[in-house]
Design a protein around this ligand. Structure first.
Ligand SMILES: *Cc1c(COP(=O)(O)O)cnc(C)c1O
Length: 469
């Protein structure tokens, strides 16, 4: 063994202790660490001939690299839809690295870490009150989950014509209907060879909605003349957290032949609260569902899962099996994650979620969900009270979409946002909603409090004064 590695091995406990210290210094200071910075490094550092050892590497990380990092797991990072990490989720994440399993199937790797993944998916189904007619697994994020689900949908579509697209390639044009898809679903269409422009846009409900207009949907279905299609529906659009009407979609399922996918990346967690579960009523009837854990479940990146109905397992295996690796056995007889999703080797990605669900239970997450939605309303009210802003859409759940008052102030809105983000006190993202430039604040982080909203409103006032608005 190389002497520096040997030294590290002997010093392992001390090294981990120092890493823990570095971590806890960051976590205990999250509120004061800026949400943005302009620090840079020259990323062309020379590789050492002789290694420095972990302790020196940690020192260099602290001095050179840590200053590049922002307080994105902190309470005032409201950009995109960004969750933080609870204590239990960090424990699970650290231990997933320490145990370093390659989670595939029961006993195939010698161990049984897949049982932990099965158990975690089962706990999630209980949290979300979904039936166990779904089979699920972990992937890196909702984008990869959408890809997985739509990959199986593509195979289903071919089967309606007696074709095996996975084996022979796509030989029929695939009909996709959707109203307000997330960009990652469109990217999936591109990666799946369907084509990122080859989908039909269904109108949204009139009057400030992003949900499918059911009449227009049915008209567009009829225009397909009985041909099958794939419906990409939404449980929580990113701008306004709007939901499609799943009970109405279920009624269409009785009349027409289609694969029903729901992107519920963050909105799926509405199911956890008595107050909001009506948004997802009927969603258990979908063929596939995408859900992120690194957003509202507040576990570290990268964590999401897909749910696909068990009845489609054959199609899923046809799509993702490693068919030319005989040592992997018969994919149908021996369930193995590497035959049902894009990646082969995978870390024990379920563990952070398992720790979170065991540690905080249903009530812990119900609290996080309901507190986030209250904070969103609270922030919306503060914006209205302030008088310089207007909401671009009603606040249905946890996202607030707003802008400076007055159509003529679109560019000023972006100027304002840039200056506000530069303060490092808060981070929000620019958006375009109904052809108008705006700002989006998303409440997902378990640490955010009313005090944070006060701090942000004060900053916003100061920036406006500065801008001479
Ligand atoms: C965030 C998000 C995605 C993409 O998720 P990643 O985890 O970033 O891959 C997809 N759909 C919706 C609705 C989202 O909010």
């Amino acid at each position: 063994m190389n002497s520096i590695l040997q030294h590290d091995l002997n010093d392992f406990e001390n090294i981990l202790e120092k890493a823990k210290q570095q971590g806890i210094n960051f976590l205990n200071n999250l509120e004061n660490i800026p949400t943005s910075n302009k620090n840079k490094i020259d990323p062309k550092r020379d590789l050492n001939e002789l290694g420095l050892g972990s302790e020196q590497a940690l020192k260099e990380f602290k001095e050179r690299l840590a200053p590049l990092l922002v307080s994105s797991p902190g309470p005032r990072y409201w950009g995109f839809v960004t969750g933080g990490s609870t204590p239990a989720s960090i424990v699970g994440d650290w231990l997933a690295s320490v145990y370093d399993q390659n989670t595939q199937s029961v006993t195939s790797q010698g161990g049984n870490s897949a049982l932990i993944e099965f158990e975690t998916i089962n706990l999630l189904l209980q949290l979300l009150e979904l039936p166990d007619s779904f089979l699920g697994g972990f992937v890196t994020g909702a984008a990869m989950s959408n890809f997985t689900c739509l990959g199986v949908a593509r195979q289903w579509f071919g089967k309606q014509f007696g074709k095996d697209f996975a084996k022979n390639g796509i030989s029929e044009s695939i009909n996709i209907l959707t109203a307000t898809p997330h960009s990652s679903s469109i990217k999936s269409l591109s990666m799946l060879g369907i084509g990122s422009q080859n989908y039909t846009v269904v109108n949204t409900i009139a009057g400030n909605r992003e949900a499918l207009d059911l009449d227009d949907l049915e008209e567009k279905i009829k225009a397909l003349n009985g041909k099958p299609f794939i419906l990409i529906s939404s449980a929580g659009t990113v701008n306004t957290a709007d939901f499609d009407d799943f009970e109405a979609i279920l009624n269409l399922k009785a009349k027409y032949n289609f694969w029903w996918h729901i992107d519920a990346a963050f909105g799926g967690f509405a199911a956890v609260s008595e107050k909001y579960k009506h948004y997802v009523k009927g969603w258990e009837n979908a063929d596939s569902v995408t859900i992120d854990c690194h957003k509202w479940l507040n576990v570290p990146y990268e964590s999401a899962f897909y749910l696909i109905k068990k009845e489609h397992l054959n199609l899923q295996i046809e799509t993702f099996q490693n068919s030319n690796a005989p040592y992997l056995g018969n994919a149908l007889e021996n369930f193995n994650y590497l035959n049902v999703l894009p990646e082969n080797s995978r870390r024990l990605r379920a563990l952070p979620v398992w720790f979170s669900l065991i540690a905080y239970g249903k009530e812990g997450f119900c609290d996080i969900i309901e507190k986030s939605t209250l904070l969103a309303l609270h922030f919306g009210n503060a914006l209205i009270e302030n008088g310089d802003f207007e909401l671009m859409a009603p606040i249905r759940l946890n996202n607030v979409c707003f802008t400076l008052k007055g159509e003529e102030n679109q560019d000023k809105t972006l100027q304002f946002l840039t200056k506000l983000n530069d303060t490092g006190k808060v981070f929000m993202t620019p958006t375009v909603y109904q052809n108008r430039k705006g700002i989006r604040a998303s409440f997902v982080n378990w640490r955010t409090t009313e005090e944070d909203i006060k701090i942000v409103i004060e900053e916003m006032k100061a920036v406006l004064d500065d801008l001479d608005y």
